[in-house]
Design a protein around this ligand. Structure first.
Ligand code: HMG
Length: 389
C-alpha cells in the first residue's frame, strides 16, 4: 500500500517587502540579497496572523467535509509556539471544525517539526489505512531589524493531508537521519527573535546533508542518477545551491537536477524562510512550476532543523491531478500581496509584542483572511473564523 501526501495547501500573509528596498535601507549591494542570498521578496506577518491562523488558512484551501471527518490525527510542527502548555493543534481543530475523535498535538525541533510529523503520519496510516492525518508546519521567522539574519526572515504555513494511495507524493522507506546537540541557532524562552551563528549554521546544514545523503546511498545503493529532483529545506534559496554543489558535477543529469531546482526555489524566493514549512513549500513550488513533473518521478528530500536534526528521504510522484489547481491558488495569493515600505515593515515588526498578560483587542479592519487573531481576553487568545457570522 502506498502512503503519502494526498493534498497540500499554503498560506502566507498579505504583506511583503522587496529585497532591493531592504538592501538599500541596510546599505548593502542589492545583488548580495538577490544573488548571494537568493531572495527577491519577504513575507511580513501582521499582528493579526499567527501560527494558528496561518495553519488554518493553509488547510482551508483543500479540506472537504469528508476530509474533516476522516482526520484521526492533527500534528502541528512549529517553533513559534503560542502557549507553553497547550498545543496549537487544539486551536486548529476548533477553528477548522475537525473531528474530535482525533489525536491532536504539537511537535518542536526547529525547522524539522513538520518532517517528524509527516513521518509519524505515514507510519500511522500504514497501520490504519482508512485514516487521514493533517500535518502542518507554520512559523514566523524573526531575527531582528538590521541583523545579518534579517534578509532570511519570512512567514507562512504549509498543510498536508496524509492518506493511503495519495494523489501527490508517496513517501518511501528508508529514510536516513542524524542528530547532534549543537548551538547553531536557537531561541531562548525570553526572546521572540532567534539567536544564530549564521556561518556555522550553514556549515552544519551541509555537514548534516552530506552525512544523511551518504548514509542513504549506502543503505539503498542508489545514486544521484536515481533521482529526478532534489528538494531542500530552504532557509534562503542559496542554501539549496550550496547543498547541490556538494553532489552535482557538470554531466547531463546534473544539469537536469539544476533545472528542476529552479522550479523548486521559485516560491521560497518570494516568501522567505517559513521554518517548518520550508521544505514543503519547495515541494509545492516544484510540483507547481516544473514542466517535467510526471507520475513515477523519484524525488529526494532533505529536511534540516537547527540544534540539530537532519533527515534525507525519498518520494514517488503520484497522478498529481491537483497540482495545476494548487499552482493557480498560490500564484494568485502571491500576486495579491501588498508591498510595504521598509518603514511600514519595521512598524509591523515592532508591533508584534512579546507575550504579555493584559487583555488587548487588535485592529482587524484590513484583514482579508478567513482566519485571524482578534486579541486576548482573560489570558486566552481569541481567534475569528470569518465564515462564521
Ligand atoms: P552574511 O554574513 O551577512 O552574508 O549572512 P555573507 O557575507 O556570508 O554573504 C552571503 C553571500 O552573498 C556570500 O555567498 C557572498 O559571497 C555573497 P556564499 O559565500 O555564501 O556563496 N555576496 C554577494 N553576491 C553577489 N553580489 C554581491 C555580494 N556580496 C556578498 N554584491 C547568513 C548570511 C545566511 C549567514 C545570514 O543571513 C544568517 O545568519 N541567516 C540566518 C541563518 C540561516 O539561515 N542559516 C542557514 C542554515 S541553518 C538552517 O537552515 C536552519 C534554520 O532554518 C532554523 C531552524 O532550523 O529553525 C535557519
Amino acid at each position: 500500500m502506498s502512503v503519502g501526501i494526498d493534498k497540500i495547501g499554503f498560506y502566507t500573509p498579505k504583506f511583503y517587502i522587496d529585497m532591493v528596498d531592504l538592501a538599500h535601507a541596510r546599505n548593502e549591494d542589492p545583488n548580495k540579497y538577490l544573488v548571494g542570498i537568493g531572495q527577491t521578496r519577504q513575507a511580513v506577518a501582521p499582528v493579526t496572523q499567527d501560527i494558528v491562523t496561518m495553519a488554518a488558512n493553509a488547510a482551508a484551501t483543500f479540506l472537504t467535509a469528508e476530509d474533516k471527518q476522516n482526520i484521526e490525527m492533527i500534528i502541528f510542527g512549529t517553533e513559534s509556539g503560542i502557549d507553553n502548555s497547550k498545543a496549537a493543534a487544539m486551536y486548529l481543530q476548533n477553528l477548522l471544525e475537525l473531528s474530535h475523535e482525533a489525536r491532536a498535538f504539537e511537535i518542536k525541533q526547529a525547522c524539522y517539526g513538520a518532517t517528524a510529523g509527516l513521518q509519524m503520519a505515514v507510519d500511522f496510516v500504514k497501520l490504519h489505512p482508512e485514516a487521514s492525518v493533517l500535518v502542518v508546519g507554520a512559523d514566523i521567522a524573526r531575527y531582528g531589524i538590521n541583523t545579518p539574519g534579517e534578509v532570511t526572515q519570512g512567514a507562512g504555513a504549509v498543510a498536508m493531508l496524509v492518506k493511503s494511495n495519495p494523489d501527490l507524493v508517496e513517501i518511501e522507506e528508508p529514510s536516513t537521519f542524524y542528530s547532534e546537540d549543537i548551538m547553531d541557532f536557537w531561541r531562548p524562552l525570553y526572546r521572540s527573535e532567534a539567536i544564530v551563528d549564521g556561518h556555522y549554521s550553514n556549515n552544519m546544514y551541509i555537514d548534516f546533508f552530506t552525512k544523511t545523503w551518504e548514509q542513504y546511498q549506502q543503505k539503498t545503493n542508489q545514486t544521484m542518477n536515481d533521482f529526478d529532483a532534489f528538494l531542500f529545506h530552504l532557509p534562503y534559496t542559496k542554501m539549496g545551491i550550496k547543498a547541490l554543489r556538494t553532489i552535482l558535477t557538470d554531466d547531463d543529469h546534473s544539469q537536469k537536477i539544476w533545472q528542476e531546482f529552479e522550479a523548486a526555489k521559485k516560491y521560497n524566493a518570494e516568501v522567505g524562510n517559513i521554518y517548518t514549512g520550508s521544505l514543503y513549500l519547495s515541494l509545492l513550488s516544484w510540483l507547481a512550476n516544473s514542466t517535467n513533473v510526471k507520475q513515477g518521478n523519484h524525488i529526494g528530500l532533505f529536511s534540516f532543523g537547527s540544534g540539530a536534526q537532519g533527515e534525507f528521504f525519498a518520494g514517488r510522484i503520484g497522478p498529481a491531478k491537483k497540482r495545476l489547481e494548487i499552482k493557480d491558488q498560490v500564484d494568485e495569493m502571491l500576486a495579491d500581496r501588498t508591498l510595504l515600505s521598509i518603514d511600514e515593515y519595521e512598524e509591523i515588526f515592532n508591533a508584534r509584542k512579546p507575550f504579555e498578560s493584559a487583555d488587548y483587542q487588535l485592529d482587524t479592519s484590513s484583514e482579508n483572511a478567513n482566519y485571524y487573531l482578534l486579541g486576548q481576553k482573560n489570558h486566552q487568545l481569541i481567534y475569528k473564523n470569518a465564515n462564521e457570522k
